[in-house]
Ligand binder design. Structure first.
Ligand code: GAP
Length: 598
């Protein structure tokens, strides 16, 4: 097991992600800057015992990587070539011997050596399973091989997060963005199963917010908005993280990075990457909004931002929706859409990314009733999370203290989930008061007051906001659903999704590819496909087909066998219990429908 206490000492690899169980090395990556080779061998690592050896999974990321990791024992050779731009690559090595070579054309070798040796020292734990196994690093560019101090082989678990990343790729849930070019840092693409899973999450949210209620309207506002919106919202001035730069190695860190020793800007401060003292700048504010230009001229006047939250699209449309829908306060507007943040410390797979989707609802209420609505929405949102099938004991509220509150909030609660890397926010419920509408009224010069005819009074409504990340909830659903079970001497991996969220509702299999079974199975498949997403599979042993569906989280498998041909009944196998029922073909659709909607 990993011993995180030993992480956090003096080395470069203090960057190991202390809070999480994965061995992520969080080096800030800056194209064109930094200590080139170190930038390029940034490394989340999973380690597992495999075929008598130890397998390490790494992700190298950075611009222009040319590094080779060779494994002497298996003869596997992986060439990590990233070209230009930010890149990432995933590769496995067997570490009987680890060699690294390539065009390290900069005098970084001592630092690379420190990096690797610190890595091994930090990572390898537990009793030796082989006497002193030296690891060698060499670079033809520098000639001399370097022996590592790894005298112990580590006994580390592949963490749940790493397993999810690899299952996601294997089964088509989530892929690294631009993978063939080495990937783009903290940006992910959803594959065939992932897009369905996330859509099911969003559909449930939309149904609960818009379809099932009379007092909430839907909206789909544009990502690009008038730049004044972001001045009014406070994002231009306030949506910032304090960062420090190392003048020596050119890396950039959050000012509160726990790896920084001493006070940034002072002579005693030490850079966590190159170890230089006194080279860290004073903290400077860095805005997290992505900028681009509208129109052909790239000047200050043409700057527009990619929205960092969807909420502002709702505020600027509040009167349009109110007037066109003839709603009355209290009422809400719901929206699902992309948001972008140039996060300094993204990570943990799709937990914190730079491009993500939000599911936000703004509820407009009369001032003075805001606390009561805030409490109601808090409770409703927790219920919604539980109805996704998430383990209740892994959900809790976290109330923001005065120093945590966002600039717009009078009160805020996070709904947190207990991830393998700790309790983390999946949704926020905020009492935003009249801050947003008040500011938009001030900046736009347009009256945004509500006229309450019954009471003959005007006011700027208060807003209770519920804001969840669609990607983060999808990750939560996957983490919560993942389990491994020992079945007949083998490990069965199951994603035990709530049936409403499962991307595929049923697998349809002919037991064998003869005796009329494929024809009948095809007929069953097309019949079910009219109602549910189903998957036809006739390849491999039936047990393997079940396992593949278990990993995809498919709640039912329908097998057409000899009996089906004789008496038109099929076997329905349940994912969780693995129990099998015999069901008449004429009952099959109703049987599945009843269980999928239970
Ligand atoms: N409009 C309020 C707002 O945006 P927030 O707490 O910054 O509040 C709300 O974000 C939710 O959006 C979070 O609870 C999280 O689920 C999601 N979210 C925020 N930043 C994210 C990121 N970088 N990657 C993925 N999801 C993110």
């Amino acid at each position: 097991m990993l011993d995180h206490d030993t992480v956090g000492g003096e080395s470069f690899y203090d960057a190991l992600n202390v809070g999480s169980q994965r061995l992520a090395v969080g080096v800030v990556n800056r194209a064109g800057h930094g200590i080139s080779d170190i930038d390029r061998v940034v490394t989340p690592i999973a380690v597992s015992e495999n075929q008598g050896g130890t397998e390490i999974e790494m992700v190298g990321s950075g611009p222009g990587t040319v590094a080779q990791l060779k494994t002497a024992a298996h003869g596997v050779e992986t060439d990590v070539r990233a070209g230009s731009g930010v890149a990432a690559a995933r590769f496995l090595v067997h570490i009987t011997k680890l060699s690294m070579s390539g065009s390290h054309a900069t005098p970084d070798l001592p630092i690379i050596n420190t990096m690797w040796s610190n890595l091994w020292r930090t990572v390898w734990k537990g009793p030796p399973i082989a006497a002193a196994t030296p690891l060698h690093l060499f670079s033809p560019a520098f000639a001399a091989p370097v022996d590592f101090l790894a005298t112990r082989i580590l006994m580390a678990d592949t963490t749940l997060m790493d397993k999810l990343v690899s299952l996601s790729k294997r089964r088509g849930f989530i892929f690294q963005s631009s993978e063939i070019y080495g990937g783009l840092g903290s940006v992910w693409d959803y594959g065939p199963l992932g897009v369905e899973l996330k859509k099911n999450v969003k559909d449930r949210w939309w149904h609960a917010m818009v379809r099932a209620r009379d007092d909430i309207e839907g909206l789909d506002a544009a990502i690009l908005m008038h730049p004044k919106v972001w001045e009014a919202s406070g994002h231009v001035a306030g949506f910032t993280d304090p960062l420090v730069d190392c003048r020596h190695c050119k890396n950039r860190f959050r000012a509160d990075d726990p790896r920084i020793k001493g006070t940034a800007g002072q002579p005693d401060a030490q850079c966590p990457v190159c170890g230089s003292k006194g080279t860290l700048t004073e903290p400077r504010l860095f805005n997290l909004m992505f900028k681009t230009f509208m129109g052909p001229v790239e000047n200050q006047a043409a700057i527009v931002y990619l929205r960092p939250e969807t909420a502002q699209g709702i505020y600027v449309n509040y009167l349009n929706v109110l007037n066109s829908s003839r709603q009355k306060v209290p009422f809400g507007i719901a929206q699902i859409g992309k948001a972008f943040r140039n996060e300094i410390t993204p990570g943990n797979f799709i937990f914190r990314t730079r491009e993500f989707e939000q599911m936000e609802m703004q509820f407009f209420v009369k001032p003075g009733t805001d606390v009561e609505w805030f409490d109601r929405w808090r409770a409703w949102r927790m219920e919604w999370c539980q109805e996704l099938g998430l383990t209740a004991a892994k959900l809790r509220f976290h109330q923001h203290g005065p120093d945590e509150l966002a600039h717009y909030a009078k009160a805020a609660f996070d709904i947190q989930y207990e991830f393998p890397f700790g309790w983390q926010e999946i949704e926020g419920v905020h009492n935003r008061t009249d801050f947003d509408l008040g500011r938009h009224q001030q900046y736009s010069g347009k009256r945004l007051e509500y006229f309450d005819q019954a009471a003959n009074e005007r006011y700027i409504p208060y807003i209770v906001e519920t804001s969840a990340g669609a990607d983060r909830v999808t990750l939560t659903v996957m983490v919560d659903a993942y389990r491994e079970e020992a079945v007949e001497g083998e490990t069965r991996v199951v994603l035990g999704f709530h049936p409403a969220l499962a991307p595929i509702k049923a697998g349809v299999f002919p037991l064998v590819k003869k005796d009329g079974m494929p024809e009948l199975a095809t007929e069953v498949y097309h019949g079910l496909k009219r109602r549910f997403p189903v998957f036809y599979d006739d390849s491999g042993a039936i047990g393997r087909r079940y396992r593949r569906m278990d990993e995809a989280g498919t709640p039912f498998c329908v097998t057409i066998d000899g009996e089906t041909v004789a008496n038109r009944t099929v076997t329905v196998r349940h994912r969780d219990s693995m129990a099998q029922d015999r069901v008449g073909l004429d009952q099959l659709e109703a049987y599945l429908h009843e269980r999928l909607t239970a």
